[in-house]
Design a protein around this ligand. Sequence first.
Ligand code: NAD
Length: 440
Amino acid sequence: MPGYASGVRVSGIPSRMSDSASNDLSRRNFLRTAASGLGAAIALTPELLAQQSKPNAQNEVQLPQIHAAGEQPEKAPGPFLPPDRRIGYAIVGLGRLSLDEILPAFATSKYCKPTALVSGDPVKAKKIAAQYGIAESNITDYTNYEKLKDMPGVDAIYIVLPNSMHKEFVLRGAKIGKHILCEKPMANSAADCEAMIAACNKANVKLMIAYRQQYEPMNRYLQDAVKSGRFGKVRSIVATNSQNEGDPTQWRLKKALAGGGCLPDVGIYCLNAARFLTGEEPEEVFGVTIQPKDDPRFAEVESHCSFTLRFPSGMVATLTTAYDVHRSTFIRLEGTDGWGEMDPTFGYHGNKLRLGKTRQDKHEEVADVSLPDKDQFALEMDHFSECLMTNRVPRTPGEEGLQDQRLIEAIYKSAAAGRAVRVTPPASQTRGPELPPMQN
Ligand code: NAD
């Protein structure tokens, strides 16, 4: 696919070759590396993975069906990979997101496991290692990060550090040959994002940005509804992602570490949703930021940002984000023939989805959509793990993070200038291949 680091290497597979040659080599490489210690976690061939995702695959447990035929189909619970066949992740940064969400998510993942920790606090790291069965010898600190290169069982690195540190740790991780999953926002500037993509291409490692919402079932359902034409032509999107920050000394309120205020941290969810739910890229943005002089929390960054995106089809997205209001999240897409909304959305759990349209008998029909509440971090990490096992481009590669960063810069530029700013749409698609249909 143009614009990607296509044919990226997994454990020594050369890049940039025809698909069939690449698949063939991948297969041989998987088998070869399976025999070595390093390959143990990625010894799953594309064929085996495909076979395992089929019903009645050898390691799948089939429970007896108990519900009536007209009910939702019952699904088998697996198949999960055994621990010694999973992709091993080093978690870099042991803050709130790592401890509250990412590490617990491995328990429901199918294809991955935590195998190493990088932290500036050895006491905390030892405690966490004990909780997750990680060997103490697989703990290191930021200075000795490169030790990950030779640690057993480390196939990939998950970077969960303050935004300004993403670039350094992606570059250093790529240099030691590790595949990288990096938290959003990708970095503090488009130039840094470009450097991160270039470094991963050069090192032939895969790079994915952790846009968990793109792997979440209700967002995927809404995306499919747009694509199927259920809403007709989408004309308007309105969305908010806001919260109330406390501690004025935290890194999120320091411009050098965070890159900005609410916009890159939580406003990015509205921005990214407008793009991925519709598949369109904006050609003009207009932003307004507020930075109250009398609130010590906002000495360096904005407390509020309202921004409008104009798309080539005539669709307009009107989006807001704030750091000084009670938590508030929703998104609504309005089309010529219907609408879809999620309220709440953007959180880790509890999304609610409603769809509206006029029925043939001209009555308005409003439907609640009920889907299982899945762990978004497990889905996202499993996707990246599958990409490593099958040598595929992730759905949210570095190019997806770069495009958001370009738009964030344009929104700030517009807010400073007090006028709309034109943006050049990316030359090629910023997302990797479509995800396979949702299962289980
Ligand atoms: P946090 O402050 O809780 O944790 C940050 C970690 O980095 C801490 O362990 C801290 O000790 C370490 N660190 C190392 N050097 C530091 C420095 N110079 N200053 C401050 N901390 C330093 O933050 P978090 O909430 O875990 O966020 C980490 C990353 O994850 C950020 O990029 C953030 O945007 C992202 N994030 C993503 C989601 C999501 O839903 N995907 C949610 C929250 C945070």
